[in-house]
Structures are given as C-alpha cells and as structure tokens.
Write a protein that binds this ligand. Structure first.
Ligand code: IPE
Ligand code: IPE
Ligand code: MG
Length: 250
C-alpha cells in the first residue's frame, strides 16, 4: 500500500508529480466557439488526451488519472450520453493494442453496472492484457463519483469484515477504494475555467495541489502540461506542518 497523506507524510519526490489527476473540461465550449456541435469537442478532446498521455510518460509521471464521465453526466441529453459511451468504446477498441506496446497499464474506475456488455468486455480484456505492464498507469474514470467510491468501498469492506460495523479506521477502508493501487494524486489539473471538484476523487485529493486553468481541454497540450508541472514544483507541500519543518536546514 502507498502512504496515505493523512496517516504519514509521503516521501518527497524528484519534482515531477508522481500522480497527475485531470478533469478534462471544456469540450462543449470549445466546439461552440467554432459553431460546431458539442460532440465535435469531445472528439478533439480525445486527441488532447493522447497528447497528455504521451507527455506524462515522457516526463516520468507514473500515474495519470482522467475524468471522462461522471455519475452526474447521465443527466445530459440522451444523444450526448450515447455519443460519449460510443466514443469511449471506439477509443478503447482502437487504442488498447497501442497502449500495450507502450507498456501502459490501463485501469477503468467507476460504477460498471450501467455499461453495455460489449464495453464491459473491452474494459476487462484491456485491463487484463495490460495488467503486467511496467510503464505509465492510465486510469480512466467513467461513471465515476467520489461519493460513489466511498460508499462502494464501505459496502465491500463491511461485507468482507462485518465486525467493523462497530467502528473502523481510514486504513481499514483505504484498500477498498477504487484507486487503492495508486498513491494519492500530487497534482490535480482542471481545464475549462471552473474551480470545482465536481465529485471527482474526493477522498484521494485530501492533500493534492489544485491547479485550475481557463484553457479548454481540446487546446491542452504539452506546453500547458509543463506550465502546470512548473507551478506544482513551486508549491510548498506541508501536510499539516509549518514551513520551517519542511525547508531543508541550511
Ligand atoms: C468535458 O467537457 C467532457 C465531459 C464532461 C464528458 P464538457 O462536455 O463538460 O464541456 P463544457 O464544460 O460543456 O464546455
Ligand atoms: C466534470 O465535468 C466531469 C468530466 C470532465 C467528466 P462537468 O462539465 O460535467 O462538470 P460540471 O457539471 O460543470 O461541474
Ligand atoms: Mg463541462
């Protein structure tokens, strides 16, 4: 298990965030600005994601987690929802082989109960095929919600260990969370100008550095990622301590 930021102070790293979590927002507005239908923005968003995966890999980021579809996104018009599900299926089908060649380990996090059987099969096959890969771990959050995650983890924990109904601790719950296989994100990026979490990784973002940019997701490129990482490198991560405890003694 990785160190929890609230249980112990995570090890300092090399300046590059080990885990980057991204809310890829602004696809619809990007398309609207060009007088195109919203779905055109989603298609361009896939190109930006491909680019971000490549850049993270090149920079030495170990974990990249992206929000592709939230529990609340089912509230969108039905045609946009089915387009997004179709796009997800198409992208997975077309990219798994390429990811595998690049040693990427694929994980899908979220509530799988509403996925079409065809999508479910692709996800399971893709995860299995890439499970032993040693490169970047790419987690795609689909039908994911931070609250869903805490609830599903609690339910599974209590099913396994009913005696914990009397009381449990953070360390009891943590192994059941959807991202138990990864350290907590170091850097969170949200494009599209909104400054909110929108029910993304609520538990895991406890001590993550939060970066917001007005840039719309389809425009996000390597230089934009570098700007976010440079900002991250300038942060002082105290994890509850005071500055003097963090600074190296000179
Ligand atoms: C993010 O872009 C992609 C998804 C939520 C699937 P949006 O579709 O939210 O784009 P805006 O925020 O309406 O511009
Ligand atoms: C958050 O974006 C979810 C994803 C990017 C998948 P939204 O565009 O759905 O967020 P809100 O509703 O504006 O907060
Ligand atoms: Mg949006």
């Amino acid at each position: 298990m990785f160190k929890s930021s609230t249980q112990s102070i995570p090890d300092e790293c090399c300046g590059v965030p080990r885990h980057v979590a991204v809310i890829m927002d602004g696809n619809g507005r990007w398309a609207k600005k060009r007088l195109m239908p919203r779905v055109f923005g989603h298609k361009k968003g896939v190109d930006a994601l491909r680019e971000t995966i490549k850049s993270c890999d090149a920079m030495g980021v170990e974990f990249l987690t992206v929000f592709a579809f939230s529990n609340e996104n089912w509230r969108r018009p039905a045609d946009e929802v089915s387009f997004l599900m179709g796009l997800f299926l198409q992208v997975l089908a077309g990219e798994i082989e390429r990811m595998h060649e690049k040693q990427i380990r694929l994980q899908i996090i979220g509530n799988r109960s509403r996925f079409a059987p065809e999508l479910l099969k692709l996800i399971n096959d893709g995860e299995q095929k890439t499970a032993a890969n040693t490169g970047l771990t790419l987690s795609i959050a689909v039908d994911y919600g931070g609250r869903w995650d805490v609830i599903q983890a609690t339910q599974r924990m209590l099913a396994d260990r009913p005696e914990l109904i009397a009381g449990f601790e953070e360390t009891d719950l943590a192994p059941y969370l959807a991202m138990a296989y990864a350290p907590e994100p170091d850097l969170f990026i949200r494009t599209g100008g909104e400054q909110r979490i929108s029910n993304f990784l609520l538990w895991q973002l406890a001590y993550t550095e939060l970066y917001f940019t007005d840039m719309l997701w389809p425009d996000f490129d390597r230089a934009a990622l570098q700007t976010a990482v440079d900002w991250f490198r300038g942060r002082e991560r105290r994890f509850g301590r005071i500055s003097e405890q963090v600074q190296p003694v000179s």
